[in-house]
Design a protein around this ligand. Structure first.
Ligand code: SF4
Length: 349
C-alpha cells in the first residue's frame, strides 16, 4: 500500500480546521475542540484528544498528523541559554534559542532555512537560501519546546529574514494571538527585518506585533558593505515608511545595532543615527557582536558602547545595551544548522 503523506494540523486556522472536520464528516463544533487541543493544550497526538470520539480520532489520523516534532539536538550555555536544533517538515534543520532571564524567558525562532540577505556578519547568510519554513515549522519551535510554559516572549530573530516569508510569519503570529489559540498579546511578539519595504508595510497593516529593524549602520554605503539588502531597500526609505505609522502607543519600534569595533562605533556613526531617527518614536538596542567563524569583524569595547548609548539617549534616542547571552554556544550564529545541513561533525569545526 502506498504511504500517505499526512498533513499537519498545527498551523491551520479555525476556519481551515472547520473545513477539515466537515470533510471528515465530523460535527462542526469539533473544529473548536481541535483548535483547543492544538493551540491551548499543546496535544502531541490524536490519542490525547479525549473529547473527540475514538472513531473520529482514527479517521483524522488516517490523513493528518498533529505536526509536533521534538528537537533533534540541543546545546546548553553556562548562562542557561539553550540552543535547539529542529528538523523541519521538509527535512532541513533550523535553530531556535531559548533565553531565560530573571522575570522573562524569550524564544528566538527561525523563519527560513538559510537566508537570501547575505549579511556579512552572519553564518546563516553564508549558508545561502534553502527554503521557507511553514507555519507548522515556525509554531513547532514553540510547541515542542520543553520550556514552552515558561515563555514570556517570542522574537523572530533567528535564521532567515521573516518578511521574506511573510505569509507564514503572519499566520504564525495570528495563531499565537488568536482568541481560540494562546491568545497572547501581540506585545509579546517581535518580528525583526532588514527592511523589505513592501512586506514591511503589509506586516504593519496586518499585524500589531512589535517590529525591530536591523540597522547596524546609518551610512548607506557602509551599511551596504555589511548588508547587501541596503541596495534594494535603502534604510532612508525604510525609515520614511516607518514614519507613516504610529508607534506612540502599544506597538514598539526598535532598531538593532550590532556594534563592530572600528567599523560602526565612531562619533560620526552615532550622530548619523540621531539624524536618521530624529523625531521617530523608537528605541535603539546596541548589541555586542558574538565572534563568528570566518568573519573578520569583531566586537567593540564595552566603554565605547556605553558612550554610544549615553550620547544617543542624551540626544533623544532611548538606547539600551543588550546583554550578551549564550556566547559559549554561539547562540546567534547558525553554526549548528549549517553543520547539520552539510552533514559536518560540529566538534570538528
Ligand atoms: S542577519 Fe538575518 S537577515 Fe542577515 S543574513 Fe543573517 S539571518 Fe539573514
Amino acid at each position: 500500500m502506498e504511504d500517505v503523506v499526512k498533513q499537519p494540523l498545527l498551523g491551520l486556522t479555525l476556519n481551515e480546521l472547520k473545513t477539515v472536520v466537515t470533510e471528515e464528516g465530523m460535527p462542526a463544533f469539533a473544529a473548536k475542540q481541535l483548535a483547543q487541543w492544538l493551540y491551548v493544550r499543546g496535544a502531541r497526538s490524536f490519542g490525547e484528544m479525549t473529547d473527540l470520539s475514538v472513531h473520529n480520532r482514527e479517521k483524522l489520523a488516517q490523513r493528518y498528523e498533529v505536526g509536533i516534532s521534538d528537537p533533534v539536538e540541543q546545546q546548553r550555555s553556562t548562562d542557561g541559554t539553550v540552543k535547539y536544533l529542529f528538523r523541519t517538515q521538509a527535512g532541513d534543520f533550523v535553530e531556535t534559542v531559548y533565553i531565560p532571564e530573571d522575570e522573562r524567558a524569550t524564544l528566538c525562532v527561525s523563519s527560513q532555512v538559510g537566508c537570501r540577505m547575505r549579511c556579512a556578519f552572519c553564518m546563516t547568510g553564508k549558508q545561502g537560501f534553502s527554503g521557507n519554513l511553514t507555519a507548522c515549522d515556525i509554531l513547532n519551535q514553540i510547541y515542542a519546546l520543553p520550556q514552552r510554559g515558561t515563555l514570556t516572549n517570542v522574537v523572530f530573530m533567528g535564521q532567515g529574514e521573516p518578511l521574506d516569508n511573510l505569509d507564514n510569519v503572519l499566520r504564525a503570529c495570528s495563531l499565537l494571538t488568536a482568541g481560540y489559540g494562546l491568545a497572547w498579546s501581540p506585545k509579546r511578539i517581535t518580528v525583526s527585518t532588514v527592511g523589505l519595504r513592501k512586506s514591511l508595510e503589509r506586516f504593519l497593516d496586518e499585524s500589531e506585533c512589535h517590529v525591530a529593524i536591523s540597522l547596524h549602520n546609518a551610512f548607506a554605503e557602509q551599511r551596504a558593505a555589511i548588508m547587501p539588502a541596503e541596495k534594494a531597500f535603502p534604510i532612508e526609505e525604510v525609515v520614511a515608511t516607518l514614519r507613516r505609522y504610529d508607534f506612540s502607543h502599544q506597538r514598539r519600534l526598535s532598531f538593532e545595532y550590532i556594534v563592530f569595533g572600528g567599523v560602526n562605533d565612531s562619533v560620526a556613526h552615532v550622530k548619523a543615527l540621531v539624524r536618521l531617527l530624529s523625531g521617530l518614536e523608537c528605541r535603539v538596542n546596541l548589541i555586542r557582536f558574538h565572534q563568528v567563524p570566518n568573519v573578520e569583524l569583531h566586537g567593540a569595547d564595552e566603554a565605547v558602547m556605553e558612550r554610544m548609548r549615553d550620547y544617543l539617549t542624551s540626544h533623544g534616542v532611548f538606547t539600551t545595551i543588550r546583554a550578551s547571552r549564550g556566547e559559549d554556544i554561539l547562540a546567534a550564529c547558525g553554526l549548528l544548522s549549517t553543520a547539520k545541513q552539510q552533514g559536518i561533525n560540529i566538534d570538528k569545526i
